[in-house]
Write a protein that binds this ligand. Structure first.
Ligand SMILES: C[S@@+](CC[C@H](N)C(=O)[O-])C[C@H]1O[C@@H](n2cnc3c(N)ncnc32)[C@H](O)[C@@H]1O
Length: 207
């Protein structure tokens, strides 16, 4: 599959320019609090992919597990350079690539995918491709742990971040994935309270 996204001409943000300008309001300097909490009670192990990883805070939180081998993927060179400049905590590495590109990663190789602010950052028209790409990254039975930004605080349809409804999530991921658990009211960053959910899904064996 060729990438449906031309980062330079997609009409979406020029992510590299945003990093170079320091215009990165999503950059919180730490892993998402709900991921940190989830990892206190649960584990994600094996090969894990984090699309749109930015500077890698979530990657490092996941890589603190000695049984996790985590690949952070982002298309912005400055984000990857920053991530790679931070001392490794475990089995993490980074890759400069467009998530939608056929050669971005080894398909069917991952035990888990972790999502946080990549899905809400891409143009909504690419969401079906996003769901297919997550599915193709995973082994059958692989886990998809996602923090979805349902209703960002800005009004109207301007984004990113672009919100999403529960119905849309059900439609996008209902075919290839089984929903294991969904939690609202999760710990989060200032300004995102009650705007996100964390969902654990499993890729169906025959998907
Ligand atoms: C809103 S930022 C979030 C970064 C990180 N997840 C965080 O929370 O700090 C969205 C990130 O997705 C990356 N991104 C957007 N489209 C992408 C694509 N098609 N492939 C890979 N990365 C992408 C951007 O470069 C940016 O780093």
């Amino acid at each position: 599959m060729e990438s449906p996204l031309d980062p330079a001409g997609s009409g979406g943000p020029d992510w590299e320019a945003r990093y170079q300008a320091g215009d990165t309001p999503w950059e919180k300097g730490c892993a998402h609090p709900a991921l940190v909490e989830w990892l206190r009670e649960n584990r994600l192990t094996g090969r894990i992919l984090v699309p749109g990883c930015g500077t890698g805070h979530d990657v490092r939180a996941l890589a603190a597990d000695p049984d996790a081998l985590v690949t952070g993927l982002d298309l912005a060179p400055s984000a990857i350079a920053r991530a790679e400049s931070i001392p490794v905590v475990g089995g993490e590495s980074y890759r400069l690539a467009d998530f939608f590109s056929e050669s971005a990663f080894e398909h069917g190789a991952f035990d888990a995918v972790f999502e946080h602010t990549c899905f809400c950052a891409i143009p909504p028209a690419l969401r079906p491709a996003y769901a297919r790409t997550v599915s193709s990254a995973l082994k059958p039975g692989g886990l998809f742990l996602a923090i979805f930004y349902r209703n960002p605080s800005h009004d109207g349809e301007d984004g990113p971040p672009f919100g999403c409804s529960m119905e849309e999530l059900g439609d996008l991921f209902g075919g290839d994935f089984q929903l294991i658990r969904e939690t609202v009211g999760i710990p989060t960053f200032d300004g995102r309270e009650d705007r996100e959910i964390i969902r654990l899904m499993r890729k169906l064996p025959l998907a």
